[in-house]
Design a protein around this ligand. Structure first.
Ligand SMILES: Cc1ncc(COP(=O)(O)O)c(C=O)c1O
Length: 438
């Protein structure tokens, strides 16, 4: 573990006292905790100046790298002109234009500040448009931390479909009753649930790449067909996949077009901005002038579409729309995945690396999982330990969870990572110990 100085130790101690050890939910064990001071490109630096190759990348937003010069310039330019006005700005209009051009299902967009709000509002819009109360989601699918989303997304046991397992205390039972859960990649079960409850379901929401679990061939198209048949809206939560799997996100990559989609993370290059996108007649239920006798879906937020985050978003999309960007992202990720697979093959470990392009996850298991019960059967403690072994070798990541590759990661990062990954794997298998004691 890179050395921590006295100030670093003190800050970690203060964080524990003041905010339970982390600003949100992500918390490393005390001995691995790191206070970050700055990030540039593919690296972050702690308050002692130690460098880490970053595979957390802000949990996804930093797809073009930390402090990208074009984003920094755009934000500095706007910061000197005011950061928020609660009304129209040129930047938010231009960004909306870019989003509608890029996103196959979008005629219209609405801004919010976080992914949690985006999925919350997408579900509310769907209920308003269809006049139906329930939402169907998938076990293991994560859609942020609003009360509807925190259902069967991270339970420690399999769900008894379609009844959800709430992921948090404090969620009203009435909301639980309005969320149904199906199994990822199970078209037959999803069809059964839709046949039984379709007249009460407003929308099916899914991550088109569920965490790292790729949709089985035909599954997304099945969802498209089944939802259309039952007059249920299909929402793709593209908060991870948007602008990452392709410029047009998972919709472009997989060729299935939902009714609505949610965006965040990469879209705003590291600034707080997210969006709901969809077909015009659906999004129009948010228009106050259409109120008439029935209320519209209210979608507010003080910082929505602020020009600072919109400027960062525009600069990021400019970079992402450049030539060869996605080839580079996939190529770097493939080199890393191939190298990690070779290391796993040399070791005594059973390892499966799954995901799509620049998002992947390492599972310790004989059989690659294709749904959440499959994930629960993998050796998650081993996967987490492998991640912790990397952290102490100067890498920054969410141990046991996804790796995020950015445009800033290069061959040097891949080579350095593979050397450390071989050691981390040996340590895990106890090979290092055996070698040392021989
Ligand atoms: C697929 C998906 N949806 C929604 C969210 C929530 O986004 P936010 O953290 O901006 O609220 C996340 C966050 O990780 C996510 O991965």
């Amino acid at each position: 573990m890179p050395a921590r100085g006295a100030e670093h130790e003190h800050l970690i101690d203060r964080a524990e006292q003041l905010m339970g050890g982390s600003p949100g939910a992500f918390k490393l064990p005390a001995e691995h905790a790191i206070v970050i001071e700055r990030g540039i490109g593919s690296k972050v630096y702690d308050v002692d100046g130690n460098e880490y190759i970053d595979y957390l990348m802000g949990s996804g937003p930093m797809l073009i790298g930390h402090a990208h010069p074009q984003v920094v310039e755009a934000v500095q330019h706007q910061a000197a002109r005011g950061s928020t006005f609660y009304t129209l700005t040129k930047q938010s209009i231009e960004l909306a234009e870019r989003l509608v051009e890029a996103i196959p299902c979008a005629d219209s967009v609405k801004y919010v500040s976080s992914g949690t709000e985006a999925t919350f509002h997408a579900m509310r819009i769907a209920r308003t448009y269809t006049g139906k109360p329930k939402i169907l989601k998938f076990e293991g699918g994560f859609h942020g931390v609003n009360d509807y989303s925190l259902m069967s997304s991270m339970a420690s046991r399999p769900t008894e479909y379609p009844r959800p397992i709430p992921d948090s205390a404090g969620i009203p039972g009435e909301i639980e009753a309005d969320v149904l859960v199906s199994r990822w990649n199970d078209s037959a079960l999803t069809a059964e649930i839709l046949a039984e409850y379709g007249d009460q379901i407003a929308a099916v929401i899914c991550e088109p790449l569920q965490r790292a679990l790729i949709a089985a061939p035909g599954f997304l198209q099945d969802l498209r067909d089944m939802t259309s048949k039952h007059n249920v809206l299909l929402i793709f939560d593209e908060i991870v996949t948007g602008f990452r799997l392709a410029y047009g996100g998972a919709q472009e990559r997989y060729g299935v077009i939902p009714d609505m989609a949610t965006y965040g993370k990469a879209m705003a290059g590291g600034y707080p901005l997210a969006a709901v996108a969809g077909r015009r007649e659906i999004m129009d239920v948010t228009r106050p002038e259409r109120r008439g006798s029935s209320p519209v879906a209210h979608l507010g937020g003080t910082m929505n579409g602020n020009p600072l985050a919109s400027s960062a978003g525009l600069a990021t999309l400019n970079v992402l729309s450049g030539d060869g960007v996605y080839d580079q992202l996939y190529d770097t990720a493939n080199k890393l995945k191939d190298g990690l697979r070779a290391i796993a093959d040399e070791s005594e470990e059973q390892v499966r690396i799954i995901g799509e392009g620049p998002v992947f996850q390492i599972f310790f298991t004989e059989t690659a999982p294709s749904d959440y019960p499959g994930v629960l059967q993998t050796d998650r403690a081993r996967s987490r330990q492998f991640g912790l072994n990397l952290i102490k070798r100067g890498f920054y990541l969410n141990p046991g969870e996804k790796f995020y590759i950015s445009l800033a990661h290069d061959q040097g990062d891949v080579d350095t990572t593979l050397v450390a990954a071989r050691e981390a794997m040996m340590e895990l298998s106890g090979v290092a110990k055996t070698v040392a004691s021989n």
